[in-house]
Design a protein. Structure first.
Length: 226
């Protein structure tokens, strides 16, 4: 993230079952807090205020916000992205985004669950007989999104699992995916809970965006159907 002026860099991820927030000061110190996403819309603002205060700063010191825009939870994404857009628009805070698929892949590589020589296909439940699918690769110490998240009908999603990548998938989908993946020789891993500090990882390239252009990628959204 840019270090153009003194202040606090913020990171938010709300695609999963919780809202996770991390704040980083100029000295490199990072604090993180999280709460269940289902607890309500006030959580994002409260978690941000708590994290910033832990650094001895105030919301006025915010310099940038890195946020994942999904695919993920409708409630969590809607609240977190609305918060980020509002802060970005009215306080002039730089806004940068990535997808939850990139974060999930990065988490698997950093945890040593998948070798960096292996690509990762992320599979999430998009409901209505669709799976949300995207593939990421590790190249030159960077996470590369090889295919943008798209919701595919189950049979088409299964056809993408060709053994060229390991698979990180929602646990509820493992019974459906296991047979197909076993035939390819790839490994199957569960989707982990996301940590907002991943948004500070140097391997992740966040895209600079203007607040009004940030749109959430909901698991059930028709935009993604293919």
């Amino acid at each position: 993230m840019s270090r153009s002026r003194a202040g606090v860099d913020l990171a938010i991820t709300a695609s999963g079952t919780r809202v996770a927030v991390a704040a980083r000061g100029d000295d490199g110190a990072i604090v993180a807090h999280a709460a269940p996403a289902a607890r309500g819309g006030a959580d994002t603002a409260q978690l941000v205020a708590r994290a910033v205060a832990d650094l001895g700063a105030t919301p006025a010191d915010l310099r940038s916000i890195g946020i994942d825009r999904g695919p993920g939870s409708y409630t969590g994404l809607r609240v977190a992205l609305t918060f980020a857009r509002t802060i970005g628009a009215f306080r002039g805070v730089a806004l940068r985004t990535c997808t939850s698929m990139e974060l999930l892949a990065l988490r698997a590589w950093r945890a040593g669950e998948v070798a960096r020589t292996r690509a990762i296909t992320i599979v999430l439940d998009a409901r209505r007989e669709h799976f949300h699918v995207a593939r990421c690769a590790w190249r030159a110490d960077r996470v590369v999104l090889e295919s943008f998240p798209v919701a595919l009908r189950v049979e088409r999603a299964l056809a993408t699992l060709d053994g060229a990548s390991d698979v990180v998938a929602a646990a509820s989908l493992h019974p459906i995916l296991a047979g197909r993946i076993a035939k390819t020789g790839a490994a199957l891993h569960a989707v982990p809970e996301l940590d907002a500090t991943l948004l500070f990882d140097h391997a992740l390239e966040l895209a600079d965006v203007v607040p009004e252009a940030v749109e959430p990628l909901y698991l059930l959204a028709s935009y993604a159907e293919a």
